[in-house]
Design a protein around this ligand. Sequence first.
Ligand SMILES: NC(=O)c1ccc[n+]([C@@H]2O[C@H](COP(=O)([O-])OP(=O)(O)OC[C@H]3O[C@@H](n4cnc5c(N)ncnc54)[C@H](OP(=O)(O)O)[C@@H]3O)[C@@H](O)[C@H]2O)c1
Length: 444
Amino acid sequence: MAKVFDIVIFGASGFTGKYVVKEALKFLNPNSPLKSLALAGRDSCKLYETLKWASSTSKPNLPLLVADTSDPFSLRRMASQAKLVLNCVGPYRLHGDPVVAACVETGCDYLDICGEPEFMERMEAVYHEKAIETGSLVVSACGFDSIPAEFGLMFNTMQWASPAAPNRVEAYVSLESDKNIVGNFATYKSAVLGVANVDKLAMLRRSTRRRRARPLIPGNAPLPTGFDIEHQKKIGLWAVKLPSADPSIIRRTLSIFTENPSGLQGVNEDPKQATKRAVYWSKIKPAHFGVKIATKHYLGIFRMITIGRIIGQLSSSHFGQWLLLNFPYIFSLGAFRKSGPTEEEVASASFKMWFVGHGFSDAKDVSREPDREIITRVTGPEIGYVATPIILMQCALTVLKQRGDLPKGGVYPPGIVFGPTELQNRLQENGVTFDVISKGDISK
Ligand SMILES: NC(=O)c1ccc[n+]([C@@H]2O[C@H](COP(=O)([O-])OP(=O)(O)OC[C@H]3O[C@@H](n4cnc5c(N)ncnc54)[C@H](OP(=O)(O)O)[C@@H]3O)[C@@H](O)[C@H]2O)c1
């Protein structure tokens, strides 16, 4: 089948999918890399309702494709008509595998907004070789998970002019709104199932364990583990460790570029692009990385710890999972609702992600404690339904416009694929901004 659509948005009728459609329509025009778009899902009436909601015209007209994750033929039909599928059907651990399989089989590129490490690592283990063969580029986590973290870390480490180098960068995510901040049920369900199946991730890592290269990080001061509450005075926030997907994705990115310091040449990349990639990587200075959720008020941290404890405790039994999944609003202490946030709640929210980097003013002398601090920040609108669609669309436009600059195929984390592209500038132009806040000595 001919590739008739630049992009197909799969799961377009979902809570996030409909915001992705709205964002995509802004870029659908003959002068843009996005010239043809189709929506896909299991119910064409819902898709049409989505299109009406997202579009400014009263009789919008876009092709609607019916596809269901339980019907592999429908997925292959969808993927074989598309250059790029944006998969918004989650939880990915339940629905993602057959969609990736169809894209890899038909040589179609694939992006999603997954934040589930087990799914992402499994897809890499199962489909990477085949994706190289068929020329399908598969990139998960092209949303708030994990582009702000990956690009925020890279942005911070690039500020360390030699001989200075970072040892550790900690990210502090602060969600802000004058209304209640609420997430949709599918994100909560993904988190509950992730915690409930944490042993599967450990098993997967054991079964696929090949020694991944460890990046060379100056000094010997890895991040503290555990869930201690921290008062980060520099940015005026209370914080506690957030068990997010970001650190595991960043570890994959750092080890891939440690293994391939001269680009992905020899794997699946043309030599010119490999050289460009190697030049970009040479500017990045690997560091230990962790993420914390942060708020201005001490009590806010208690709420987050309590939510984490409730999910942690209850998800280990079937009855506990049943309670969590049937009464999300109660057990998430109001953080998630089955019906998702209202449009007003979405519009009122924003995020700030601070990157506090500690390192050495001279990386050749690491016998002392880190003596230098660089703080950078990524800011943007509401994380799930505004920032995520913006980020996903900018990744998609980068794929369409710069396809020749990207690996020919394979399953990669976003930093590997999009690091050396124009993505960060694109994000900056679309409301996700990167700033240097301060550079100086660490005060004793
Ligand atoms: N990275 C991030 O920061 C971020 C942000 C937002 C969301 N997400 C993730 O995105 C995913 C979707 O979230 P959401 O809130 O949009 O969920 P949602 O509202 O439940 O939407 C799910 C979509 O999947 C479709 N679907 C379900 N089962 C299907 C099947 N068997 N075949 C085909 N389509 C099927 C649904 O179709 P119907 O409309 O027909 O029911 C719907 O369109 C979740 O995994 C969430 O964690 C990530």
